[in-house]
Design a binder for this molecule. Sequence first.
Ligand code: ADP
Ligand code: MG
Length: 748
Amino acid sequence: MTEVTAPPGAAAPGGGRRLGQLAELPVTVLRGVGDAVAADLGELGITTVFDLVTHYPRRYIDGSRMVTIGELKVGEKASVLASVTRVTAPPPRGGGGRRPPARVEVEIADRGGRMKVVFFNQTWRAKQLRVGTLALFFGAVTSFRDAPQMVSPTVEVLRGADEEATGDSGQDGMPEAGRIYPVYPLTEKAALTSARIGRLVHEALDRAGEFADPLDVDVRTQYGLLDRTAAFAGIHRPGSMPDVEPARRRLAFDELLRLQLALVLRRQRLHEDARGIRHITTKSDGSATLVDQFIGRLPFPLTGAQGRAVADLVADLGGPLPMHRLLQGDVGSGKTVVAVAAMLIGVEGGHQGALMAPTEVLAEQHVTEVRRLVAGLEVTDASTLEGRRPVSVALLTSRTGAADRTAIHTGLANGTVDLLVGTHALLTDRVAFDSLGVVVIDEQHRFGVEQRAALRDKGRGDDGTGSDPDLLVMTATPIPRTAAMVVFGDLDMTVIDELPPGRQPVTTTWARTPLEAQHAWARVREQVASGHRAFVVCPLVEESEKIEAASATEEAERLAAEELEGLRVGLLHGQMRPAEKEQAMEAFRAGDLDVLVATTVIEVGVDVPEASVMVIEDADRFGIAQLHQLRGRVGRGGDPAWCFLLSESEAPEPAARLTAMEESTDGFVLADVDLELRGEGTILGARQKGRSDLKLAKLLSDRDLVVDARGLAVALVAADPHLADHRLLIEELRLFVDEDEAEFLFKS
Ligand code: ADP
Ligand code: MG
């Protein structure tokens, strides 16, 4: 066994191979890896030995559980692990006329017998399956002259014909019954097999020897984790299947720990050079603060959860560090009230608040709501005759006219605009604030690190003397708690886990046939007859808002003439002018319209207590989060309510979504389902930079690991803010974050 030579002095204290060392060794240090193989490995993103040992098997074939050829039953589907013993290629093509399909015949064998496998019109199989190839054959077992055979099975080659058999099968090239065969991710381009990768990994692990472990034995015991050497062995060459999961858990924990450390360190660094504002949360003369007045004037008491959320904010805002908080709450849980409270705490001390929405339509809806909520509240203003003036609210979007824009810019710069509502674009705009105190982001997609920096710059102003605004991020729809830890792990979290009283669970039905759709329309007519109102949501048209608007218009006309004949049907879509939209909403709110046919613009902010039915057309085109948001628009008045999801789709994934909607009205439950269906890629998405480090960890099934890794990261950073005693962790973290991030995280 040869040792990989390490740079002098590179051994970790306590010894052992470090991942950082492996990351400096090109794959060409391995036996038989020349330029060609290195290029093939490169296709898989593997350039260093570190890349190689973290290229994990995608699954395993358990030789001990394989059916042998002798045990195959005709008529069943089966997988057989076998070697190719004979190949009969078709005669070369030529001539014309009708000929039978090209046929490749292969004989395969395992220790239980031999069998014929036939492929039609797959002449390339003759090349792929040369004598000596070890592969998995999956297909229906048929019978030919009393012998079993497979016709055009799917094939997964594990080892090529001319690869050495040593180590992964017996000397005769036959599969070994007791063996576990790892199956590695491969690409079409790379001329590699799983066996080849397996052999390289074996060599790398053999030569690497013992790994240095960043987690000491106490920590490993506490979290029930294997040591790293055992983990790499278990994942790449398990002796039996039960070896795999503990190995995977340990390596997944490492991934999650690195991720959490990066997030927790990021927060730590932000705090270190923060210039926060200590907002005024109580008045020295005991009089009511703006927030107290605001809450006192609401037409309803806060729910317990809202009260707790406001208490969290008050504590953050009154403290010396800028707030970085995520507010999660289900649709209709009353996040807006909490957001406005936060901004008013800023306004109290003469600062400004900004509320940012992901789209212009949402910004327009928010401003209406914010204006309604703060109506009647006053701030002190020495420049006015009375010494007071109403809290002023401005809306700034790309649709704002030039004259208004200039006026708003002036008001923001001189502090006469207290609250600004707009889109995320505001952050990069040339808007200058007098003193930006609190920022609320109504986040739909991503509020990234760059935007966080832009935000800070806004607060500090052009001359850099200002303070860092406090930040509240609101999720439009809940995401599972553990996913939130990963995606928003650099934020504190508040969850509003309670809806205002009187909300009715909305009875949800997936209407799969025209007949069932008729029941939906009947319900609409019945509800309208009893004084209620209904929403009809038109299909989502991905291509263009224009087309969406046109099809909504057409659908409104059609419904008014057919299913909803005799009812007063109105229209609302994103292409209408703001005044037209407001008019339609107002008519619907006032009861001058019975039915509002709308595109997804109604998703947020529309609050009509009499609305008791929603019909969503082509519901399979919507995601769970969106359907749940839409449904949240009905059932707000305390009367029974219904939601009909029209879709004749039979595809499995939409079916799972629609069924989930039928079964649950809890946004947090639906968020879990959504994660399961869509996978975590969409959630993690833009958040992951550089090397993607979550290869083994699964947000859904590894919830406990996420929580443990979070807990450990927080504890480590609390005890040692610069991880001075954890050089190994820092070195490993550096492998996964880009240079800018490293610079930020590890500066001292
Ligand atoms: P979210 O943004 O969380 O989906 P909203 O802030 O839009 O929810 O609130 C939904 C509706 O509930 C609004 O009409 C709001 O006025 C109302 N609301 C908020 N808090 C309460 C409460 N404590 N009691 C009754 N109604 C409330
Ligand atoms: Mg809202």
